[in-house]
Design a protein around this ligand. Structure first.
Ligand code: HEC
Ligand code: HEC
Ligand code: HEC
Ligand code: HEC
Length: 276
């Protein structure tokens, strides 16, 4: 009897340990160290080159010699494809955001964005790479390996390819092949779409993500001269910080956290902005 109890306790201990280990290594909040964005974990398990000093931030940021600052990108507002540098207002410029970035990045690259009959921002600011989204692409479109950073250019652990393996099908990196056209739209001024599209029941940006005090507004990126733009970081917290709400549903549950600002359960993340 006593032996049985010890076994039960031991199993409970293993279960608790497994939960802790998972929380530490996932994307459910709890910080960047040992998260899915701790490249020492990823690169190590994908045959890449580990950082010699085992730094975590360095794969994305550097204290010195960053890739630069102050570049501007151009957006063709009327989508006629013609450069209109004559000041008639068919285009707009904005300052590209790359906080002490340590990864190769093309500040003026463009990418196709999502459009449809009901989402059509022609005549308004729309650049899917505006704000931090351009930074996500320095790994997630699969063209630059995670361990190519800090001047190192021949890394081999590739985030886009990882998703390709994960889904067992081709071209599944997000933004792969220069296209975000089958992804939830990003890169537009939230208010432009929320105000114009009351019929689509978009919540005001002063409302909060379900289950939190965090406003939608705080998850938008203020692009100077443009407005508050919805980006990849409006749904995901890249640093896996306290803002991440998509917790495991049960002890030992293996679902992914996805760094999301609200839960996947009952689609709280979607209902945070869509009043459906
Ligand atoms: C996987 C890439 C990645 C790693 C690793 C990373 N960051 Fe970041 N960091 C980003 C991105 C992307 C942004 C822009 C995020 C945004 O606008 O929401 C950012 C923004 C920042 C900012 C400016 C805005 C803010 O959110 O405070 C600071 C400061 C920062 N990171 C510090 C750090 C530190 C310190 C570390 C290491 C402990 C780190 N980051 C690790 C990608 C990363
Ligand atoms: C409207 C919210 C939202 C936006 C904006 C968003 N995502 Fe996601 N993302 C999600 C959700 C929710 C998941 C979880 C997967 C699912 O439910 O299918 C996810 C999953 C992911 C994954 C996991 C792998 C995969 O392919 O599913 C990656 C990587 C990712 N997002 C990156 C990005 C990048 C990069 C951007 C910007 C271009 C972005 N996300 C913009 C909501 C969003
Ligand atoms: C330094 C390269 C790098 C950058 C920059 C980067 N990521 Fe990632 N990200 C990765 C890798 C690699 C993985 C896969 C980790 C794994 O599967 O173990 C990942 C995984 C994810 C996931 C899935 C987490 C899960 O639960 O499986 C999401 C969501 C995500 N990233 C979003 C983003 C967003 C949004 C940005 C920009 C704000 C970004 N990432 C910037 C490398 C990066
Ligand atoms: C941070 C706020 C936010 C979150 C979170 C969010 N959305 Fe959206 N979504 C928007 C905005 C703003 C639009 C643009 C509305 C418009 O003008 O059509 C949009 C557009 C859409 C569209 C319309 C596309 C079209 O062709 O008209 C769909 C469908 C959609 N979202 C589904 C989702 C789903 C599913 C989720 C959860 C995975 C989600 N959204 C999460 C803000 C959000």
């Amino acid at each position: 009897m006593k032996k049985q109890l010890i076994t039960v306790l031991a199993l409970a201990g293993i279960a608790a340990g497994a939960t802790l280990a998972f929380a530490a290594e996932g994307s459910h909040g709890g910080g960047i160290l040992k998260s899915k964005h701790d490249m020492n974990m990823y690169v190590g398990s994908h045959g890449g080159k580990l950082d010699k000093d085992q730094r975590v931030c360095a794969y994305c940021h550097t204290p010195h010699h960053s890739v630069g600052i102050g570049a501007t990108a151009m957006v063709d507002i009327d989508k006629d494809g013609a450069a209109d540098l004559d000041g008639l207002g068919n285009e707009t410029f904005y300052e590209v955001y790359y906080p002490l970035w340590s990864r190769a990045l093309n500040p003026t690259a463009t990418i196709d964005g999502y459009v449809s009959q009901t989402f059509n921002p022609t005549g308004k600011f729309y650049d899917p790479l505006a704000g931090p989204s351009r930074l996500c692409m320095t790994c997630h479109d699969g063209t630059i390996a995670a361990d190519s950073y800090y001047g190192e250019t021949n890394g081999s652990a590739n985030a886009g390819d990882d998703q390709l393996v994960m889904w067992s099908m081709g071209n599944f990196g997000i933004g792969k092949g220069d296209s975000l056209s089958n992804d939830h739209p990003v890169g537009f001024v939230y208010k432009d779409m929320a105000d114009d599209d009351t019929k689509y029941e978009i919540k005001d940006q002063s409302s909060t993500f379900i289950g939190t005090q965090k406003t939608i507004d705080s998850a938008l990126t203020d692009v100077a001269g443009v407005g508050k733009v919805m980006t990849c970081a409006s749904c995901h917290d890249v640093h896996n910080g306290n803002a991440v709400q998509n917790k495991p549903l049960a002890a030992g549950e293996s679902g992914r956290g996805y760094f999301l600002l609200a839960a996947q359960k009952d689609s709280a993340i979607c209902l945070s902005c869509h009043d459906k």
